[in-house]
Design a protein around this ligand. Structure first.
Ligand code: T4K
Length: 396
């Protein structure tokens, strides 16, 4: 059996395999849109491609309004402001740091709730436990595209008169029990960052069925201008560029082939990893009736696997496989939140999952033979556990 690279062997992959390696559209389709940008000399500020992209997204996502934005974080910030979020807003700690920062950046207090024991999304019971008289917003995150329990969240929102945003950064093209995911809650935001299943280099949107909210968000995205010399809202520059829309329009053409590729990769992983004790792929819940299969996520049980999750990630890195620990350690254990006094309640499920999670490379640039090789390497790492355990790692 070959020596693992971490013990001095040669890396298994010459070219690195990354989680988040961007999917790309057909180059000729993209070039045609770029020609249109050059012909028109219109680069940003709600240009023709952005407007065309917006219309296509509204149709694709089956939602009344989509407002294109420069990235997912600004989409969150503008939506929070437009919905009047102040004081305390409840969100899961198990998310990318941008969800929490979008609040803290505006001096709104993020109040972290736990995820469920068997789910990756915010637990409605935990939301109820952390509500305060000052809570006026909830942000549910469809982590890895897995839908939040939106019916229970809707009940809490009605009972306490609290508005709800869904951070659907991972859920583009998903449906929950046959319902398009963008149509639940007061508004949803999507991230079109390069690492996402569907992207515009950098970008995002707010999606909502509320027409007056959509107008307010649209105006806030352009400094609050309601005419050349008239400003009606406190706004910011959140505009999407024409080149980003060109990428988005081209990606829409390729979206179903990328979805199929992701699904095939997910199935290869599921088969290849099924025989490895201590490593378990997290399956999507049955409520996710349409998935984009963007993330392949597993839980590594150190006792059963024989080596820690962190050492495994490090050993894979030596083989040129850049797996990630999305979302370790949970926002509440990161700056600036770790020093706040939130912890009169438990985030046990968040911490358990964050300590075990491992995200594997997928997307267009990964194929069946890569996945088989990754599985073989995991076997190899397990076999060499005694030697590997002697290695001291400094993950960061
Ligand atoms: N809400 C949620 C739930 C989110 O997950 C995110 C973003 C947001 C809100 C905010 O949306 P944006 O404001 O970003 O639109 C990456 C992405 O940058 C971030 O968009 C994403 N979530 C998050 C989950 O992943 P990092 O800090 O892990 O990125 P980085 O630089 O480590 O890159 C990730 C991997 O992708 C690396 O292995 C390298 C690879 N990569 C990356 C780029 C940009 C490439 O191979 N090529 C590339 O061009 O955050």
């Amino acid at each position: 059996m070959k020596k693992p690279a971490i013990l001095g062997g040669k890396p298994a992959f010459e070219q690195p395999l990354h989680v988040g390696r961007p999917n790309l559209p057909n180059r000729k389709v993209f070039d045609k849109y770029v020609d249109r940008i050059f012909d028109k000399r219109w680069l940003t500020n709600n240009g023709p491609l952005v407007r065309e992209f917006q219309e296509k997204l509204e149709e694709f996502l089956q939602v009344k309004h989509c407002i294109p934005i420069c990235n997912g974080t600004i989409a969150l910030e503008i939506t929070e402001r437009a919905l009047g979020f102040v004081d305390d807003v409840v969100l899961p700690s198990y998310t990318f740091i941008a969800t929490a920062h979008s609040l803290q950046w505006q001096r709104i207090r993020p109040v972290f709730a736990d995820i469920g024991e068997y789910s990756v999304t915010i637990n409605p019971r935990s939301i109820k436990q952390v509500l305060t008289p000052n809570t006026n917003g909830i942000i549910g995150v469809h982590v890895y595209g897995h839908p939040c329990d939106h019916k229970a969240i809707c009940g809490i929102s009605k009972q306490h008169n609290i508005r709800v945003i869904y951070d659907a950064a991972h859920a583009f093209g998903c449906e929950v029990n046959g319902v398009p995911i963008a149509s639940i809650g007061d508004a949803s935001i999507f991230s079109f960052h390069a690492t996402k299943f569907f992207h515009t280099f950098e970008g995002g949107i707010v999606a909502t069925n509320d027409s007056s909210l959509a107008r307010e968000i649209f105006l806030m995205t352009n400094f609050g201008f309601t005419g050349n010399d008239d400003v009606s809202y406190l706004g910011i520059n959140g505009k999407m560029t024409e080149i980003a829309a060109a990428m988005g329009l081209s990606m829409l053409d390729s979206i179903e082939s990328i979805r199929s590729k992701n699904l095939a990769n997910y199935q290869y992983y599921k088969t290849s990893l099924s025989e490895i004790d201590g490593l378990e792929i997290i399956e999507p819940p049955s409520s996710l009736s349409k998935n984009n299969w963007q993330y392949v996520i597993a839980k590594l049980d150190e006792k059963e696997f024989g080596i820690s999750r962190d050492l495994t990630v490090e050993a894979l890195k030596a083989e040129n496989i850049f797996a990630r620990r999305y979302f370790y350690p949970g926002c509440h254990r990161l700056y600036p939140y770790r020093t706040c006094r939130y912890k009169n309640y438990s985030l046990r499920n968040t911490e358990n999952l964050a300590d075990q999670v491992i995200s594997f490379p997928t997307g267009q640039s990964v194929n069946e033979s890569d996945i088989k090789r990754i599985a073989q390497l995991l076997h190899l790492i397990k076999l060499n556990k005694a030697k590997l355990q002697k290695i001291d790692i400094d993950y960061n």
